[in-house]
Ligand binder design. Structure first.
Ligand code: ADP
Ligand code: MG
Length: 264
C-alpha cells in the first residue's frame, strides 16, 4: 500500500506591531477551522492577556499553574501545558505571568529561541499557530525566531503603502537569525471595499508587484458575529456558522490549505 504523504509542519505567527487588527480573532478562528478540516493544530498563545484562551472559554484562573510562561522560563515542557480543545485542536494557553517570564529572560542567555526550542519537542502537528502580542521586543523575537511563516492581519484604514513595505521588511530583518521565515501573506481584516480611502489604497498597492503578491485573495469583512463570538467561548464557525465572518475565515483557510507542502 502506498505510504500516506505527511504534510510539512507550518509554524505560523500572527504578528503585526499594531493592536486591535484581528491577530487573535484570526489565530483562533483559523485554528478551529483547520482542525475541523482534519489538520492537527496547536495554537500557542504568546500574549500575556490570554485572549486566545478566552475565545475558547478558558479563563486565566484555569491555567495559572500550567501555561506558556513556565515553558518560556524552562520550568515545564510544552507538552505539559497543552490543553485539548476539541478533536485535532490543542492550545498552549497564556496568562499574565508571561510578562514576568519574558522580563526575567532579558538578563539570561539563549533568550530569543526559547519558543523555537519548545516547539521542537512537539511532533505530529500539521499547524502551529502563534498568537503574538501587539508591539515588539523579546516576546516578538521569540515568535519570529520560531515561525516559518508570518501572517500579518491589517486594517486598510490604518495603514499606508509605506506601512505595507515595513511589514515585509520586518520579516526580512529576521531572516539572518531564522532562514526559514517568510511572509505567507497580508490579510485584509475588517475590510470594506466601498470606502473611497480603501479603494485608493488598493489601487496603489496593486501597482507594487512586490507588495501585491503577498496580499491574500480572501478579505475578512467587518462582522459583528466575530466580536460577539469572543464573549461566548466559541469560535465564529461554531457560534454563527452562516455569518459573513465565518464564511470569510472558511475561505481564508481554503486559501491557506492550498499552500500546504508535503514531505517526500
Ligand atoms: P488583536 O489581537 O490584533 O489586538 P483582536 O483579534 O483582539 O485584535 O480584535 C480586536 C477587536 O476587534 C476585538 O473586539 C474583535 O472581536 C474585533 N474584531 C476582529 N475582527 C473583526 C471583524 N472582522 N469584524 C468585527 N469585529 C472584529
Ligand atoms: Mg490579540
Amino acid at each position: 500500500m502506498a505510504k500516506k504523504k505527511k504534510m510539512k509542519t507550518r509554524v505560523i505567527g500572527l504578528s503585526v506591531e499594531k493592536g486591535g487588527v484581528a491577530k487573535t480573532t484570526t489565530a483562533v478562528n483559523i485554528a478551529d477551522i483547520l482542525a475541523s478540516n482534519g489538520r492537527t493544530v496547536l495554537l500557542v498563545d504568546m500574549d500575556h492577556q490570554g485572549n486566545a484562551g478566552i475565545c475558547f472559554g478558558i479563563e486565566e484562573e484555569d491555567v495559572v499553574e500550567k501555561n506558556i510562561s513556565q515553558v518560556i522560563s524552562g520550568e515545564l515542557e510544552l507538552k505539559d501545558v497543552v490543553i485539548e480543545i476539541k478533536d485535532n485542536l490543542y492550545l498552549a494557553p497564556s496568562c499574565y505571568e508571561l510578562k514576568e517570564a519574558i522580563a526575567k529572560l532579558q538578563h539570561g542567555k539563549a533568550r530569543e529561541d526559547r519558543l523555537k526550542n519548545a516547539l521542537k519537542t512537539i511532533n505530529n502537528v500539521d499547524y502551529i499557530i502563534i498568537d503574538a502580542p501587539t508591539g515588539e521586543g523579546l516576546v516578538i523575537d521569540n515568535v519570529y525566531f520560531a515561525a516559518t511563516e508570518i501572517i500579518a492581519p491589517v486594517q486598510m484604514e490604518a495603514l499606508s503603502v509605506k506601512g505595507f513595505k515595513n511589514l515585509l521588511s520586518t520579516v526580512d530583518s529576521y531572516r539572518e537569525f531564522n532562514p526559514e521565515i517568510d511572509i505567507s501573506g497580508i490579510l485584509l481584516t475588517m475590510f470594506n471595499g466601498h470606502l473611497n480611502q480603501t479603494k485608493k489604497l488598493l489601487n496603489e498597492l496593486k501597482k507594487s508587484e512586490k507588495i501585491w503578491k503577498h496580499v491574500f485573495t480572501t478579505t475578512i469583512p467587518r462582522n459583528v458575529s466575530l466580536s460577539e463570538a469572543q464573549g461566548t467561548g466559541l469560535p465564529v464557525s461554531r457560534y454563527a456558522p452562516s455569518s459573513t465572518g465565518s464564511k470569510a475565515y472558511i475561505s481564508f483557510c481554503k486559501e491557506l490549505m492550498k499552500m500546504e507542502e508535503y514531505n517526500d
